[in-house]
Design a binder for this molecule. Structure first.
Ligand code: WT7
Length: 630
């Protein structure tokens, strides 16, 4: 399948994808390995909602990531792994080595009782074994649920319980900068309240002292010795679920987003190749963690489906110093580099002395994802990293969309700072007003929706199809609602303006206000908390908390620390508040809904024009809040 090569062909392809979507996607599917060809390309009903792509087809995604490539590129590096510690040896796994490892570990899963359809939880550092475990689950038809290794024991336990996972795969610990996260200790605490876990497979990584509960816990390296090396892939239906990935919602309970097999496969490969204009032999590096959707789609599946060499980095951007990313780019001659605005801003803030020493001339394409990129950061990225020679792809998408939805195609379609620009072929993006009326034409602003199915869209929320419908398909009739505000400029280019619901994006991580609020509520002196985002120079958004106490605190600093320790424990350190303001009440509507719009304004320092406050139960509370603003 050739990449789209110029703006004209993009326009042609786009029109074709709208006029005959089935024919369009059928063509993108035919080069894959199918055990049985599909009967029907698409059937759908957004009211249910129900979407089926390539029904009747049978396949295994790992045969397409691995087996399919063995003949042509068995010796090519599939995964190049770079350790947290720059002194530690890198590891390269060729396609045939990766294939062997995946088959072996598939057998380990089976010998530990895993069957097709089981849910398996992965709570691991960024090491090749994480990718191997993901692929091994897919190979035997088990549904993987990767939980980011920065989450707390309680968050991990909640996610295991929501999906009734039977196996937990973890490690003794994870290196992150100069710290070690005790993954097994955290897992032990989680498993205390997760009775469905029957086996815990532990990878040795940090050599930390850990507890092994006999009968339940087994060592990865010992298990691998006990199994034979061949494993035939399970035959899956196109619509069989491939994985669950949790994302925050507007209630405290995270949503287990479910993706299915064939559509996800076709869309991640197609978008990977076209957005980044991947060419045979390119070295590709996405700095995300596999614990997020970006890592699923654009470290593991997309690149491997395309037969690329994908770099996997265990560490953090600032260890041992803020030049680490650029050192890795130089040493590995990275051609395509994909990261988050928050990383770009923090590296910019560290100064050019961490950039100039490195030779970045191998770079051809730069990408960003996770939140709106401000123009300053865009220009810095363009000038100082791309040296004015690398197109920047600003890729808008979500956990729920499975793959990149709106983005320029590198060097092929035009870019514009802080604009995601045009939808990919097959993506029928639209803007609607508050009443759901579609805004036609250009120079309009509204809520971003999608009005036609695409192959990699989420199929449901695990165990709660009703919530899936309510959240995404009932806000606006017959449309998928993204939760984002957006404008379309005079040329039809899209610019995402940010969330319009109760989710905040901090350092590119999606956090639910309710999750943090309920964690704060656990403190005995907290009566109620309201969380909003405020503009933060590095993180994009910071967390601002308004907290009502039962008893006015003697020592505010101490209480702030206690509250944040609690958030750190329950939600994880990324949820900690940057600012905590103690207030005596919160601005609420008569129906009891907190008016976050007002709190957001005050948090961002804009207290002049608070807009319409007439629906407030008690308009006087905002005076007090304004006076005490931090
Ligand atoms: C939300 C989805 C998709 C992988 C990472 C986040 C925001 C994402 C952009 C972008 C402006 C963006 C949106 C979206 N977002 N990419 N290029 N420009 N905003 O996945 O955790 O599911 O969050 O991230 O608000 O809805 P996620």
């Amino acid at each position: 399948m050739e990449n789209i090569k110029d703006f004209n062909s993009y326009n042609k392809e786009y029109r074709k994808s709208i006029k005959s979507p089935e024919q369009f996607w059928q063509e993108k599917a035919s080069h894959f390995l199918w055990r049985k060809k599909w009967d029907n390309v698409l059937s759908w009903d957004f009211n249910k909602p129900e979407v089926k792509w390539f029904e009747g087809g049978q396949l295994n995604i790992t045969e397409n990531c691995l087996d399919r490539h063995l003949e042509k590129r068995g010796n090519q590096t599939a995964i190049k792994w770079i350790a947290n510690n720059p002194e530690e040896q890198n590891r390269c796994l060729s396609y045939s080595e990766l294939y062997d490892e995946v088959c072996r570990f598939s057998n380990v899963l089976k010998s530990n009782g895993a069957k097709k359809g089981d849910r398996i939880c992965l709570y691991m550092p960024m090491v090749p074994e994480l990718a191997i475990a993901v692929l091994a689950c897919a190979r035997i038809g088990a549904i993987h649920s990767v939980v980011f290794a920065g989450f707390s024991a309680q968050s991990l336990s909640d996610r295991i319980n929501d999906a009734n996972c039977t196996i937990l795969i973890t490690a003794d610990g994870a290196f992150r900068g100069d710290k070690i996260t005790p993954l097994k200790d955290i897992s032990d605490e989680a498993m205390d309240t997760s009775p469905t876990i029957q086996k815990c497979i532990v990878l040795k990584r940090t050599n930390s002292d850990i507890n092994i509960k006999s009968g339940r816990d087994v060592w990865w390296n010992e298990e691998i010795e006990k199994v034979h090396k061949n494993c035939t892939a399970e035959v899956m239906d196109s619509e069989d679920p491939l994985f669950i990935l949790y994302t925050s919602g507007s209630t405290g309970k995270p949503k287990g987003i479910v993706h299915s097999t064939a559509g996800y496969m076709i869309y991640t490969e197609f978008s990977f190749k076209n957005v980044f204009q991947y060419n045979e032999g390119d070295i590709y590096w996405c700095t995300a963690d596999i614990g997020w959707i970006t890592g699923h789609s654009y470290i593991v599946y997309g690149p491997l489906l395309a037969g690329a060499t994908t770099i996997m980095f265990e560490g953090v951007p600032t260890y041992p110093d803020a030049g680490r990313f650029w050192k890795i780019v130089e040493e590995n001659k990275v051609n395509i580099f994909y990261t988050a605005p928050t990383a770009i801003r923090s590296l910019e803030a560290n100064g050019m002395e961490f950039v100039t020493p490195y030779d970045l001339s191998s770079l051809k394409v730069l990408g960003t994802v996770g939140e709106p990129i401000n123009e300053d950061a865009w220009h810095w990225y363009d000038k100082e990293i791309g040296k004015g020679n690398c197109p920047i792809v600003d890729t808008w998408w979500q956990t729920e969309t499975g793959g990149i939805m709106i983005s320029n195609l590198s060097g092929v379609t035009p870019s514009k700072p802080s604009f995601a620009t045009f939808p990919l072929p097959g993506i029928q993006a639209c803007l609607v007003d508050e009443n759901g009326i579609e805004l036609e034409g250009n120079s309009v602003e509204g809520r971003l929706c999608v009005k036609f199915p695409w192959p990699s869209m989420a199929r449901t929320i695990y165990g709660d199809h009703n919530r899936f419908r309510e959240t995404y398909f009932s806000v606006f009739k017959n449309k998928y609602f993204t939760g984002d505000g957006c404008l379309r400029d005079e040329n039809g280019m899209y610019r995402i303006t940010g969330r319009v619901d109760d989710v905040l994006i901090v350092s590119g991580h999606n956090l639910g206000t309710a999750e943090i609020e309920s964690a704060m509520d656990e403190h005995k002196n907290v009566c109620e908390a309201a969380i909003v985002a405020f503009p933060h120079p590095i993180k994009g958004n910071g967390v601002y908390a308004y907290v009502i106490c039962h008893n006015s605190p003697d020592n505010k600093e101490e209480l702030r620390k206690e509250i944040n320790d609690l958030v750190s424990k329950i939600v994880g350190p990324i949820g900690k508040a940057d600012k905590i303001q103690f207030v005596s009440s919160l601005p609420k509507t008569r129906s009891g809904k907190i008016m976050r719009r007002i709190l957001r304004k005050i948090a961002s320092g804009d207290t002049e024009d608070l807009g319409d406050t007439s629906t407030l139960l008690d308009p006087f509370v905002i005076e007090e809040i304004k006076c005490g603003a931090l």
